[in-house]
Design a protein around this ligand. Sequence first.
Ligand code: CDP
Ligand code: MG
Length: 697
Amino acid sequence: MPPKFWKPGTVAPGSALDRESEAEGSFVSTSSQRANLSLDAQRQRLPIYKHKSKLLWCVERYQVVIVVGQTGSGKSTQIPQYLHEAGWSSDNRVVACTQPRRVAATSVATRVAEEVGTILGDEVGYSIRFEDLSSPTRTRIKYLTDGMLFRECMVDPLLSRYSVIMIDEAHERGAYTDLLLGLLKKVMKKRPELRVIISSATIDAEDFLEYFNTNADGSDRSKDDAIIVSLEGRMFPVEVCYLKDPAVDYVQMAVDTVFNIHLKEPAGDVLVFLTGRDEIDNAIQQVADRTQSMPRGAPQILALPLYATLPPEEQEIIFDPPPRDTRKVIFSTNIAEASVTIDGIKYVVDSGFVKLKTYNPRTAMDVLTVTPCSLASANQRAGRAGRTSAGKCFRLYPSAILPTRNPMSPMPIMTPPELVRSDISMFVLQLKALGIDNVAKFDFMSPPPSDMMIRALEFLFCLKAIDEEGRLTKPLGERMAEVPLDPMMAAILLNSYEFGCSEEILSIAAMTSVQNVFNMSDGGLRGAMSEVERRKFTAEEGDHLTLLNAYNAFIKHGHRDKSWCGNHRINFKALSRAVAIRKQLKKYLERFSIPIVSCDGDAVRLRKCLVSGYFKNAARMLPDGTYRSAREGAILHVHPSSVMFTRQPSTGWVIFHEVVETTKSFMRDLTVVDEEWLVELAPHYYQFKGGGIKQHQ
Ligand code: CDP
Ligand code: MG
């Protein structure tokens, strides 16, 4: 049965689109028009173009310029170019633009290199973790993830190469964005010539202004040193429709809605917001199954995925116009909300959910959970339908859920900043490495809760990264902050020589930094085949050693042989990336003069080394097959993707890489360990009480 939508009006109640939908004179180029336009002409058609001189004037006059504009108005691609053309990158200075995601940094840099007419990595470059495509001498416009710019502060605390730093997508309030905002506030005091641009796709810019404007009393505006520039929204009206009742299965409902659009609505591409790769793959499979039964000659559907870990070649396809008589349907995570602009979208299907990393006090760790997205996100998503012409947004939930209508709504107005909802140990460690010892006094735009600060300090102490006084230990703590890995994996890598297994840990650290090592298909014959292939690498000790086996086999057989990888269901690209990452991590060990030694198959040493960093993520199996986390006693399950899914740990204990929450809390990447090792290697974390590890209740 086709889903029934209710149409309460042409725009969402209380939506930011209300005003903008009335804006006139909209003429953002459509994809078909665009194909015939030169790059210069395309640039001049962007909404930001007519604000160019005002923007440049503001950057001269104000130290901080907050730019607010709809997605697609040209903020990310144009502002750095305007600055470059106006001379902000002369005398070897560089204009930097940060992005919260790797894929955004690479895709925007690629586009801008094309517009500037240079090879990527030359005048325009990018730098993301484990991948630097920029020239220290020639690059003038540099796109980088906010995490990378933060790291640069460790080497160059005043960020002296940069004349202008643009913090893009600041509305997302990712942890590194917030940290950079705090640091830039400090740097600007020492470098009055530095300019900072904050760009945001939503209208909540006042908070940024308040945070940055040093002219606090505000009586004399001429003393302001921060200003908001609003790029008027040239949005077409978006009709928002709601489901009468909440969807039981929003993935299936999304697919139903797509077919409904395909059969009933005029031409135009569709963008569907789901929460993660599994859902996206599942939806695309459902579309494929259903299109088989469509009559011959009927208009086709081209279903494409978009998520952060999708390989770049596959991302490119998303931007291509679909073949004739075909409707393009993109199933995406919230990455398409603002970071990636796809032209030609006329219909949006919004599940109303997002996968967020949130600290769960029950398990005392960050978990990825599917939660209702915020109203700001929902409006942002709806807006994606009105970029090139009037559009429609189908929300897979009733309008009664909106927080503007229901004060008890599970849907928040804004997504809380990452720093107030997640484990901050890594950020505390890195702030300390920048010499900010009293982290609690740091000028956060939204300070993290104090109990989270205490937990982070306790954990870093147990990892031996800080001492009793809270100072970074030398050399361990300092090095942990420097290695581009989370503190647990960084500790494991830096401890690996002590355990005599640095050779193996390098491979494991690289393998846990890449995704989807095994091409596992769900169920059926292909699924069974994948499982048979993976068994060839499976180690009794668990997933980490299985990953190591796969890595070693790849080096031996699959490195230059894609068909070997195909036969063994090994993801060639993921493994190739692991090889590159391992090389980089090895350079760190060499720089720290840590010898690279092998444990020659001694799995005990290897597993103990893993415990030296992962000790917090430990769990005990109960007779009923479920697990309890070691300290908090939370109920955990083995993720079906783990080799431990069908096995039992001989010792009854495991450590794991992370927890994913869907229907239950699932541990991913497990290794069997001894209880004694936990007490021996993390005595402060587990106060040993005769009978074993003491559990908090
Ligand atoms: O940052 P903002 O969302 O304001 O816009 P943008 O990323 O600068 O994109 C402006 C326009 O450039 C988009 O509407 C696309 O037409 C084009 N663009 C593109 O073709 N390919 C990209 N990778 C990025 C942008
Ligand atoms: Mg942008």
